[in-house]
Each structure stands twice: as C-alpha cells, then as structure tokens.
Design a protein around this ligand. Structure first.
Ligand SMILES: C[S@@+](CC[C@H](N)C(=O)[O-])C[C@H]1O[C@@H](n2cnc3c(N)ncnc32)[C@H](O)[C@@H]1O
Length: 392
C-alpha cells in the first residue's frame, strides 16, 4: 500500500528497510497521508514543501540504539593505537561522528580525546538524519542507567551529576557541535574549524545501507579526511571491497581505514609535500618542509592562475591546498570566500570570511603579498559577512 513511498524513503536514507522498519514507516505514512493517494503523497514528499515530512519519515525508520563507550575493545584500540599518532602530528583534532544518534558517541569521543591530550581547540561534530535524536544529543546529558560503561574515574573527571542525570563538563561540551545531515546528500559537512577531518567515526550506521549506498558513503567520508586521517567503522561493518582512497590498517583487534597520500582534492593540482599517514601503527618520520612557505608559494601561483582566468575548480583546489598548509593565510581564505559566494554557497562562504576575520583580528594571520593590506582585507571580509546576512 505504501510501497512507492517506502522505496523512495529507503532510497533517500540509503537503507535496505527491514520488516520492522517498513512497519514503522507504514504507520508514519498513514498518520500523514490524509485524503491523498499514495502517488499524490509521493509527489508531495519529493517537492520542497514536503521536505519536513520526508525528514520525519526518514527519522521514523532510523534505529537510534547507542551507548556510552560502545564497543570498549575497539575504543581501547582507538585510544592506544590511533589517537597518539594523530596527536603527534597535530595537537588539535577535528573529529566527525557521522550518525551520532543521541550523542553518546560524541561524549565518548570527547572524553577519549581529552584523555589522550588533545588541545582545547579540538572539535567533535555530530551529525544525524534525525532531528529528534539530535535534539537529545545536544544536551550531552545522560541518565544514570546510561553511565554503566563509564569508569568511576571518567565519571568524576568528565561528568557532573545533576539529580538523576550526568552532564558532560562544559569544557568538553563546548567542543561539540551538531548538525542534521543525511549521509545520502552532498556536500558533506566540514569541521567548524580546520579544513578537513582528522578522524571520522561512522559506527553502526551503514549496516542498514544497501551495498551501493554503503560504497557511496565510504567514498564521501574518505574525501572529507585529511591524508593520514582515519575512518572508523564498527567491527560489524568492515570494508569488504578495497576503496581507492583508503588503506586498511589492522591494529590488534580492530581495523581502521587510513586516508592515503595526497590532500583530499581531485585532479591535476600542483604538487605539494603531504604529511605521511598518522596512525601510530604506520607512523614514520614526517617529511620536513616549511608548510607556510609552501602555502605562500602556492597562493602566489593561484593569483597567477586567477589573472589568467583559470577555471574556478582549479583556483578552489589551489586555495584549499594552501589553506590546508597554512590555515591562517587570510588572503587565500578571503578569495575562497569570494569564490564560494559567487557560486551561491552562502554558508560556506560566510564560514571562510569569518575565519579570515578571526585570523586577522588575532595576531595569527599570515602576511603575504596581496592587493589588500590586512586592514582592508579585514574590512572586505566583514563586508562579505554583511552581504551574506551574517552580521549587521
Ligand atoms: C544505531 S545508531 C548508531 C549510533 C552511534 N554511531 C553508535 O554506534 O552507537 C544509527 C544512527 O544512524 C542514523 N542514520 C541512519 N541513516 C542515516 C543517514 N542516511 N544519514 C545520517 N544518519 C543516518 C540514525 O538516525 C541513527 O541515529
């Protein structure tokens, strides 16, 4: 009776619906169908006006089962094998919990990162398809029953008891952000700070996905990793087919997937030295090069391309590479903001302008030959934010 709607919802979530999920979906559709035929309702779901109801139906089929410190054996490997290698490269890590459900995984990662010595600027982004799950996640507060896997020492150090609830301490909570995102939709998110992710954890999400959707998501996630960054899936969903961007690393009882070589950009961009893979199991000496000097050289090259009317994709790639090497190269960030704004990517553009302003108003901005001096560059970025409606 609701088979066309069920197929559409399954396609949009990437899931192969189980009998139970189909049952839940049937109930959710019946509650919303009214006098419409299934096909009228399907057309509505596909229209912009139906976006909210589509999201509700997708959430109705989602399975949110999760827990704090889920799969301790794997987390132990993550802490002992993966984090030290990542932190040896950069003290600040940007982590994404994709399919974070009600936030337990985000809290767990924040605790493990703090224990491993990650800096206070470290961030963890939690995304999920379900608004209801995210609403709960944002509180990062858990019932006493949910704390059973949390050791006494972690409870004391990282949680505050409030009545029957345990709240993650503000210092860790402030490192978390949440976003509704469907893993079947592009573009994938970027960290609130930093170019790409050091670590993406996507556990117990893809087991419900079709094989095709699984591969699409894995490739999408890999593209959001820094070279040497790692993807962690649950032990129940190993990669059966090798993926071009990933190298499987076997550490004792777990598999991690490490992003290969080049920074995450496609096509023929100029070569810059890239950091080696980070997982401790495969960490070797890092190549010695001056990242800022490389970034400035690359930026100068981008300016030449811009003067020669190079395609936007090439310019963007060059700018992103330069910013990967030197995140505080404010002129490059401003140019990237302009490019994204022209392309209609308003939120991303505003993000770049805001970061350029932050670099420029702190003492961090990297100086380089550019037609706008720092003062004018700051003004130009602020005007960009005003144009985009982000500040008054
Ligand atoms: C079983 S929970 C896993 C939670 C956590 N990662 C863990 O391992 O404990 C799966 C989560 O994936 C989310 N999910 C399912 N399909 C999704 C999609 N297409 N995009 C984003 N999230 C999705 C669900 O809403 C659910 O919260």
């Amino acid at each position: 009776m609701v088979s066309a709607v069920a197929s559409y919802v399954a396609e949009r979530t990437g899931c192969q619906l189980s009998k139970q999920q189909e049952g839940r979906l049937r109930v959710a559709v019946r509650e919303r169908l009214g006098a419409r035929s299934e096909f009228e309702y399907l057309a509505f779901l596909k229209s912009a006006a139906g976006a909210v109801q589509l999201a509700e139906l997708m959430a109705a089929v989602a399975v949110h089962k999760t827990s704090l410190f889920r799969d301790e054996a794997q987390l132990e490997q993550l802490s002992s094998q993966l984090l030290p290698g990542l932190l040896a490269q950069r003290p600040t890590l940007h982590v994404w919990s994709a399919g974070c459900a009600t936030g337990e995984e985000v809290a767990t990662l924040l605790v493990l990162l703090a224990e491993a010595g990650a800096s206070a600027d470290t961030t963890v982004l939690g995304t999920d398809i379900s608004d209801a799950a995210l609403q709960k996640a944002q509180a990062l507060t858990f019932a006493a029953q949910a704390m059973r896997n949390v050791s006494e020492s972690f409870r004391e150090k990282y949680f505050r008891k409030e009545g029957e609830q345990f709240r993650l301490v503000p210092a860790l909570k402030s490192r978390a952000s949440f976003l509704r995102h469907n893993l079947m939709d592009r573009p994938y998110p970027l960290p609130p700070e930093g170019a790409f992710f050091d670590l993406i954890v996507c556990r117990n999400v893809l087991i419900y996905f079709t094989a095709t959707a699984f591969e699409q998501v894995i490739d999408g996630l890999s593209e959001r990793l820094l070279p040497g960054g790692a993807l962690v899936l649950s032990s129940a969903e190993p990669l059966l087919q090798p993926r071009p961007l990933l190298k499987a690393v076997n550490v004792e009882q777990a598999f991690f997937y490490v992003r290969r070589g080049e920074p995450p950009f496609s096509s023929a961009a100029p070569k810059v030295p890239t950091p080696r893979p980070l997982a401790r199991a495969i960490t070797a000496e890092l190549p010695v090069f001056n990242a800022e000097a490389e970034a400035v050289k690359l930026f100068e090259l981008v300016l030449e391309w811009a003067a020669a009317d190079a395609p936007d994709a090439q310019t963007e790639e060059g700018l992103r590479k330069a910013l990967y090497l030197a995140p505080d190269l404010a002129a490059a960030r401003y140019m990237l903001g302009l490019l994204l704004e022209q392309r209609g990517q308003r939120v991303e553009a505003a993000h770049e302008y805001a970061r350029a302003v932050a670099s420029l108003t702190s003492s961090k901005a990297l100086q380089t030959a550019f037609f706008l001096n720092p003062e004018r560059l700051t003004k130009a970025c602020q005007l960009g934010l005003v144009r985009l409606g982000f500040t008054s």
